[in-house]
Design a protein around this ligand. Sequence first.
Ligand code: PMP
Length: 397
Amino acid sequence: MDLFNKCYEFTRADEVKAMGVYPYFRPIEENEGPVVQIEGRKIVMAGSNNYLGLTAHPKVKEAALEAVRKYGTGCSGSRYLTGTLDLHIELEERLAKFFGSEAVLLYSTGYQTAQGIIPTLVQGKSEYVVSDRDNHACIVAGQIMAKGLTANLERYKHNDMEDLERVLSKLPIDAPKLIVSDGVFSTGGEIVELPKLVELAKKYNARTLIDDAHAVGVIGKGGRGTASEFNLEKDVDLTMGTFSKTFASLGGFVAGPERVINYLKHFSSALIFSASPTPAAVAAALAALNILEEEPWRVEKLISNANKVRTELKAAGFNVLEGRTAIVPVIVGSDPLAFQMWRKLYDNGVFVNVFISPGVPQGRQMMRTSYMSTHEDEHLDYIINTFKKVGKELGLI
Ligand code: PMP
């Protein structure tokens, strides 16, 4: 048997392409706002994580350009060695202040951040990662690494605090544990049951890590994320996030106690053996943070935009998941229907993300739509009306 056989036998993507409904890897030619250009056509974007629309903000762009002029295009080294700029320190200090945490450490992506934290902190035979079953893939990758280093992995039913307690109550009380959860889940957009989670963490001797990739700039006071949403800033041990969404850039971060951040700085493989975020990426994130702090109305606008679509699609008869974040998932229920719906929306000028099985369970196939504070009513109305038109054509409403 040849290792590559599986690659030659994987034909599903080709089949979907042949049917003309393949939604992935579509090159975007212009990306200046809620209307993008793909295949020469203007399309309303309803699937981006550019929540505050800041990738197109003049101040953010200018900050990136200025950083290139001052520091060049790359750092060519890891933070540990030659890759630390004063700009990295400035962003870490600003974020620590923003979150009210002792310290912050930057990583080069959000994905690497989870991989950098989890196996560094949890690796001993007597240590446990306790993880929500629906956590993001980067957390899954981090926990697999932890397991590979002899730690134990326990998973609980999605956002089910009774199940979390069932799992925790079986573990030795003295054993060190890390409970990990998305703050806002990336597929369904629901918010973690944080008050109960932190209560259980205290009861069962566990530390907590919350992935706020879809929460910062979206929920909490002034967009300060999940802990802030519940007034539990002092009760969450570690918060991680990304610059690839609200912060209009690329990179990741973790906020927490100074001694823990210091430990990660000296033992986290994903940090030490990978080049630091580029000057442009850091400067863009800093500029986006300035805007988030100075213009909190953008967060309110984002949520009112998402709520408008959620309410109107529901009223039209779509199966829309409840929520109050920027993510509005519309369930369609099968792979073929999902691909067909995507194509029709695309042909009618609306771009959404298609989630099919096994990425989501059978029956939960969805158009995962998400909103930006830069969507105007005309964009939202266009999205809503196009959904209604296509939904009727497909017999969904
Ligand atoms: N965590 C969550 C919950 C995410 O949704 C994502 C990105 N989709 C990441 C982490 C990874 O972030 P990045 O894009 O910076 O690698």
